[in-house]
Structures are given as C-alpha cells and as structure tokens.
Design a protein around this ligand. Structure first.
Ligand code: AMP
Ligand code: MG
Length: 486
C-alpha cells in the first residue's frame, strides 16, 4: 500500500516532446470538499481509504499544493464531432496529473476533470458541473460493476464555485483513472495536421507503453489497429447487450484501449427501443442506440485514415473489414448468454431478433424483462413476465419457442438460470435514480450517491431493501431531459 506522498509515479507521457501536450496548473476551486470516493478504484493505485480521508488529499487534487511525483499536463487531440472534423480539440478541462504504477505493475493515468482552463479550453470555462460529474462518477463505477470496460472514477469533489450552464450551478472535480486517456482523436490530430513524425512517435509510444507484445511482431502498427478494432467491436457489443447508449460517440470520445470514456448524456434504456436517443441535441439520431455498432465501425475508419502514413491502406481496410463479424459474434454470444443459451443456431438467433421486436412493440422495460426471464418456468403461466404485455399472445408464443431451446440444453434449469442472473443485472443506473442523487447532492447530501454507488458495485446480486431500485422507471421519470451541457 502507498501513501499520497509515495505513489509510484512514472510519467511516461510527459517524457514525449511538448507537441503532444502543454504543461498546466490546475486552478483551485473555492471551498472544495471530498464528496465521495470509491475504495475499489483507490485500490487500483494501492491507496488505502485512510489516505483519501487526509485533508492533504483534497489540497493535492484541488491544486492547492502539488502532489509529489506529478507532472500536470493537458493533451492535444482532434476529432470528428457528429461526422465533422474539428482540427483541434484537446483536454479543455482535463489535467493528467501523472501515471501511477501499482504493485501489479499496471499503469494508471490520474486525470482530473474540471480543474480549470487549459490551452485547449476554446470557449469553455475548464469546469465540470456537479450534475455531470456525479453522472460520470456513478456510471463509470456502474459499468465496472457490470464488467464492461471503462475508465474508472476514484473520487468526486464538490465546491462552492459557481458556474453558468443553462442556469447557475456549482463546479465539481472528478479524479478519473485509465491505463491511458489516449483517444482516436490523438492520432487524427497528428495525421491531419501533417505532423507524421509525431504520429509515428505517438503510435510507437502507445505500443511500447501499453502493447509491448505487439511491438515484437513484424507489423506492429497494423497489429495495434487490429487490436483496437477487436476491442471496440466487443465493447459496443457489451453496450448493446446491456441496453446502454453512449450518446456522443465522437472520435475524440473513443478510447484507444477500447474503454467506455467520456460519460455525457448517456442512458441505460428503460423501455426497449432501437431508435432510442439519449442526447436531445442529437436531432438526427446519429448516436441512437441502434446506430452504435455502425458508428463504432465508422469511427474506426477515421482511426484507420489517421494511420495511413504508417500502414498501407489495403492492410487497414482488410483489418477494418473484420469488425462486422467480430461485433456480431460478440453480440450474439452476449445475447444468447442473457437467454441462458449458447449454441448460435439459426433458430436460436431468430429468438433474439423476434424477442427484441416484441419488446419494442409492447414498450417493455429491457432490464426488468431479462431479469424476470431468469425465473421462467416452462409450462407455467409466468405472469410476472407476461403481465408486461398488453396482449400476451406474442410473448406466449415466443416463450413456447424459448422453452424448446432451453430443453435442448443438458443442464438443470436452476443452473441455467443462475448463469443468466450473472449477465442480466437486477440494478442499473436509471436516469431518474441518478437525477434523484444529483438533486440531493445539490442540496448538500451525498447519501443517495453513496447508496447508488454501493448498489451498483454488485448489480447482479439480489440486495435486500433495494427492491425499489430494480423497478421500471415511473412515467414521470421518462420525461426527464438530460442536459447536454456539462
Ligand atoms: P465533450 O463533449 O465533453 O467530450 O468535450 C468535447 C471537447 O470540448 C473536449 O475537447 C473538451 O475538453 C472540451 N470541453 C467540454 N466542456 C468544456 C469546458 N467546460 N471547458 C473547456 N473545455 C471543454
Ligand atoms: Mg470528450
């Protein structure tokens, strides 16, 4: 275990030339206080809880004093936003404090989000509001609980510092962890600004630092791209199977490590609908739920384009062409697992598509349905499942086919259903639950944040006294509009 002062920093990114970043200083927030922390995330960097409770912890994060061993910097990148190329973005409100090597030899970026102006802030104020910080904090830890690759959130500070969005709010600070925060947009920046030597240096850096095994092959750049294609396809299959929509899949929000990153107006779906759009500023539905697999592929195409100075185009195209197959295989396996099945025969894959059509037509809650399916009893009425359908004829017929498919498996039903419960969560971070926690936090209480944070660490377990968190969203909650300003 480490103390704050003995964290094992190895700031490899800061050793790159300064074309990649600007050294910065965070601007302390007025009245910053620790609102909540994740002991699980702290363990990733060998920090015991007692260290997080020291007053120095807040002082270090809030830039009142320099955490020993750090080299605060903001990275430059570009990106395709809603399909249009923006030649320069960058960490407009994020500061990389440094990289900690933990006792297992893993590397973790410590990044502050909301720490003030940087050279990449453009028109922004460098701040993150409490509302959006809680959403990112809770969702990244919820995704980790679900086993979905994600950046992690170690803690959340709140403050008295006023910030203006659509109304007056207060600023907060998130400490985010990730093996690296490098995005597709980093590669786009150096390719499209004609800095091809730097592009090579960045790619060599990523391989050397994070994929040393790829560096030993004879085509490491292509191997890196293939790896990213695979991880991205599998990640998006995870999102689709769990019923989650990112909302802003710009290439600057795509992690080179295949992690979920930059939580904005995301949502777990309540009622299943493939056209679901969580981001109300996305009027065309570019980032609608059903679009995510295709956007993932399109974004990988932008990464491929950025790698053309290093890899022959034909090889990149060939690697990208494997995306669709990897995605569909991963998605099918995950959906079959939700049903307790494993053999992807034609009849069984048809079960998935027909089920999704029925759920759409009857506006059925996605998470509740799959969890209740874990209690399905062939030959019985199964009222808990069928009661969600105004006219049960179609779901009854589907359940009859499903019973056949289950019957093919030589495994006792209770074992099948125990497996199903490990992939069909009972608890998800529904928008209205996050919203209630935000409203309490804005009044000064972080109890609801604590409760949700705790609950979502083990989303597959039955948790006594938490039944109400597992219920479908009430009607009023479906009308909540998540602000896109953050
Ligand atoms: P996002 O939509 O949060 O992924 O941000 C897109 C870009 O805008 C990134 O380069 C961010 O760093 C930047 N940005 C977003 N909000 C702010 C802000 N309040 N101040 C400065 N830069 C910001
Ligand atoms: Mg972003």
């Amino acid at each position: 275990m480490a103390t704050l002062e003995t964290l094992n920093f190895d700031n490899s990114f800061s050793r790159l030339p300064t074309v990649f970043y600007s050294a910065v200083k965070s601007q302390p927030l007025k009245g910053a206080r620790l609102a909540h922390f994740s002991p699980d995330a702290a363990r990733l960097i060998d920090l015991p809880e007692a260290e997080l409770l020291r007053p120095e912890f807040v002082e270090y994060l809030n830039g009142q004093s320099l955490l020993p061993g750090t080299y605060p910097l903001s990275q430059v990148y570009a990106g395709h936003q809603f399909g249009h190329y923006v030649p320069q973005l960058g960490d407009g409100r994020a500061i990389l404090l440094g990289e900690v090597m933990n006792q297992q030899g893993e590397r973790w970026d410590l990044q502050l989000k909301g720490a003030g102006l940087t050279p990449y802030s453009r028109m922004g104020d460098g701040r993150a509001v409490l509302r959006s910080t809680i959403r990112e904090y809770l969702c990244s830890e919820a995704m980790a609980g679900l086993g979905i690759p994600t950046t992690r959130a170690l803690c959340l500070l709140h403050s008295e510092e006023p910030v203006w969005r659509e109304q007056l709010e207060t600023a907060a600070l998130l400490l985010r962890l990730s093996p690296t925060h490098i995005r597709f947009g980093h590669f786009e920046f150096f390719c499209h600004s004609g800095q091809h030597e730097a592009l090579k240096q960045l790619t060599d850096y990523v391989i050397k630092t994070h994929f040393s095994e790829l560096g030993r092959g004879d085509a490491p750049y292509l191997a890196l791209f293939r790896w990213v294609v695979e991880k991205t396809a599998v990640l998006i299959a995870d999102w689709m199977a769990i019923g989650w929509t990112h909302g802003v899949m710009n290439t600057d929000n795509m992690s080179i490590m295949g992690l979920t990153i930059d939580y904005g107006p995301y949502a777990f779906m309540d009622e299943y609908h493939p056209d679901f759009i969580p981001n109300h500023s996305d009027t065309e539905g570019r980032y609608a739920h059903k679009m995510q697999p295709w956007i993932g592929q399109w974004n990988l195409g932008r990464l491929a384009a950025a790698l053309t100075p290093l890899v022959p185009v034909e090889a990149l195209k060939e690697a990208l062409s494997s995306y669709e197959k990897i995605y569909w295989e991963a998605y099918t396996i995950k959906m079959l697992a939700k049903l307790g099945l494993s053999q992807a025969t034609d009849g069984v894959t048809e079960l998935i598509t027909s089920l999704l059509t029925i759920l759409t037509d009857y506006h059925v809650d996605y998470t509740v349905f799959f969890r209740q399916l874990c209690h399905f009893q062939p030959g019985e009425t199964n009222a808990a499942i069928t009661s969600h359908f105004q006219d049960p004829a179609r779901i009854d017929s589907w359940l009859a086919d499903y019973a056949w498919a289950l019957d093919e498996i030589e495994e006792p039903l209770d074992q099948i259903q125990a497996r199903m419960k490990r992939v069909n969560p009972k608890y998800i971070l529904r928008n209205h639950l996050a919203q209630q926690a935000i409203e309490q936090a804005e009044q000064g209480s972080f109890k609801a944040v604590e409760r949700l944070h705790q609950l979502l660490q083990t989303p597959f377990d039955e948790q006594p006294d938490c039944e109400s968190y597992a219920e479908p969203s009430p009607d009023w909650a479906k009308r909540i509009v998540i602000s896109c300003s953050s």
